[in-house]
Design a protein around this ligand. Structure first.
Ligand SMILES: C=C1C[C@]23C[C@H]1CC[C@H]2[C@]1(C)CCC[C@@](C)(C(=O)O)[C@H]1[C@@H]3C(=O)O
Ligand SMILES: O=C(O)CCC(=O)C(=O)O
Ligand SMILES: [Fe+2]
Length: 376
């Protein structure tokens, strides 16, 4: 890739001029071989990563077995419940999503991020918006920058816009990107369908009537995100994705073969190793509110390494923007009073894109913001 990382010279870096207006440009091809990393990427000592985290034993759910209501249904149901009450992470296998589609999604991600920076910047994320290309969010954040490039786009399960992902790529980058768009259109449709099956399963486990959650997420208006983490010569000083809880409802993540995902459980960072046949599923803040705080949206992060790039495909299930997030009556009783106020996903999304950097406290900060309390 062309271009270089536009950073002031070392002496200026330590005494940056106030009128310095040239934003830092994160160009991995220039940065990933440098022995030092810019200060903006260095996280505070008390937040730095531990690169070796013991494996977290998460339940592995055979989805076809489960949905066939076979004898293993009760076992799977119990395993998922235990996980969701504790940390909200579980693995799904036998999900009937083709290996070829997953492989194509990873292949096109590599092709996209291998493009020259100027090409990627044709689809640059605009301030306050969730879609587009971002290189380490330079210009969005000024400290604790994540060591990653991302491409995010919307998926609408909307019959009136049947090819919205494919159209996004063609409209933004030109007709030659139709193959990109076709693969991610098909991938997002598969993720949406898998999400609804998982919602059916979560509803059963929470004792919620019928298809409450499944119908809540029909016509979902979700976010697909491609995470590309270049190698980093100082992986112990920065993060690919910093510690956070997903503000969304459900995340379906496919890791490539490189380790990096860590989850905070029982006051310890634990890793979830890549499994090419499995999707990592985790509960997000919005579903935690929908479940009236029963299922947990859990703190997690992604570390980087000095040897190889890492990629992950993250599908963030989100309800239609104007749908009111409110727990079903079965989850409201004397013992568990209402934990969060009514809100729409549109409000929480805007909060994370314009007012607050999603972290481990997003939902509480959002609740305070809604009640006009000063953010702690
Ligand atoms: C609604 C969203 C905001 C983020 C992408 C989706 C779900 C996860 C969020 C995020 C990944 C949490 C960590 C911080 C963040 C800024 C990031 O590192 O990308 C978050 C995303 C975002 O605000 O762009
Ligand atoms: O890349 C990963 O393993 C995790 C990324 C993540 O948590 C996110 O994008 O929200
Ligand atoms: Fe996440």
């Amino acid at each position: 890739m062309a271009a270089s990382c536009v950073i002031t010279s070392p002496e200026e870096e330590h005494t940056p001029k106030l009128d310095l207006v040239t934003p830092l440009v994160f160009n991995p091809s220039m940065l990933n071989l440098q022995a030092t990393i810019p200060n903006q990427f260095i996280w505070p000592d008390d937040e730095k990563p531990c690169l070796e985290a013991p494996e977290l034993d998460v339940p592995l759910i055979d989805l076809q077995n489960f949905l066939a209501h076979s004898h293993s249904t009760l076992d799977a149901s119990r395993l998922i419940s235990e996980a969701c009450y504790k940390h909200g992470f579980f693995l799904v296998v036998n999900h009937v999503i083709s290996e070829q589609l997953i492989s194509d999604a990873h292949e096109y991600m590599s092709r996209f991020f291998d493009m020259p920076l100027s090409e990627k910047q044709r689809i640059q994320r605009k301030a306050g918006e969730s879609c587009g290309y971002a290189s380490s969010f330079t210009g969005r954040f000024s400290t604790k920058l994540p060591w990653k490039e991302t491409l995010s786009f919307q998926f609408c399960d909307d019959k009136s816009r049947p090819k919205n992902v494919q159209d996004y790529f063609c409209d933004a980058l030109g007709h030659e990107f139709e193959p990109f768009g076709k693969v991610y259109q098909e991938y997002c449709e598969a993720m949406s369908s898998l999400s609804l099956k998982i919602m059916e399963l979560l509803g059963i486990n929470l004792g919620v009537s019928g298809d409450y959650f499944k119908s809540f997420f029909e016509e979902n208006d979700s976010i697909m995100r491609l995470n590309y983490y270049p190698p980093c010569q100082k992986p112990d000083l920065t993060f690919g994705t910093g510690p956070h809880c997903d503000p969304t409802s459900l995340t379906i993540l496919h890791q490539d073969h490189v380790h990096g995902l860590q989850v905070f459980v029982d006051n310890q960072w634990r890793s979830i190793s890549p499994n090419p046949k499995a999707f990592v599923v985790n509960i997000g803040d919005t579903f935690m509110a929908l479940s009236n705080n029963r299922y947990k949206s859990c703190l997690h992060r992604a570390v980087v390494n000095s040897k190889s790039e890492r990629k992950s495909l993250a599908f963030f299930l989100c309800p239609k923007k104007d749908r009111v997030v409110k727990p079903p009556r079965e989850l409201l009783d004397g013992n568990t009073p209402r934990r969060y106020p009514d809100f729409t996903w549109s409000m929480l999304l805007e909060f994370t894109q314009k007012h607050y950097r999603a972290d481990m406290n997003t939902l509480q900060a959002f609740t305070d913001w809604l009640s006009n309390k000063p953010i702690q």
